[in-house]
Design a protein around this ligand. Structure first.
Ligand SMILES: [Zn+2]
Length: 109
């Protein structure tokens, strides 16, 4: 057994650039950081929230890199309080863990 439904060619996937590592990935593999209409910055898991957005990998390493270089502030054109960034970083860490668990479950299949 080699394939598990991997034969179908993927359609053209919209790529977005990670604010941290600067590489392009399919939108689905990234997390959108969005600045809401009231200026608050949060994670947008639907990808549909209105407002200015920046993408980052589901990796704390990428988030930290972007954070350190103030890239979210530049991309979103807003000052982001440190505690907000820390909260986002925690959520990304959770996502990273979830992704790792999913990948592990896949391998065990
Ligand atoms: Zn990245």
């Amino acid at each position: 057994m080699t394939g598990n439904g991997k034969s179908a060619k993927p359609r053209k996937i919209p790529l977005r650039r990670c604010t941290g590592c600067g590489e392009s990935f399919p939108k689905k593999e990234l997390i959108r950081v969005v600045r809401g209409p009231d200026g608050t910055v949060s994670l947008d898991f639907t990808g549909k929230a209105g407002g200015r957005g920046a993408y980052v990998c589901k990796k704390t390493a990428c988030f930290k890199k972007a954070r350190k270089q103030n890239r979210f502030k530049t991309a979103l054109e807003v000052n982001i309080p440190d505690e907000v960034l820390s909260a986002l970083e925690e959520k990304i860490a959770l996502c990273e863990k979830e992704e790792a668990e999913k990948a592990a479950a896949k391998r065990a299949d």
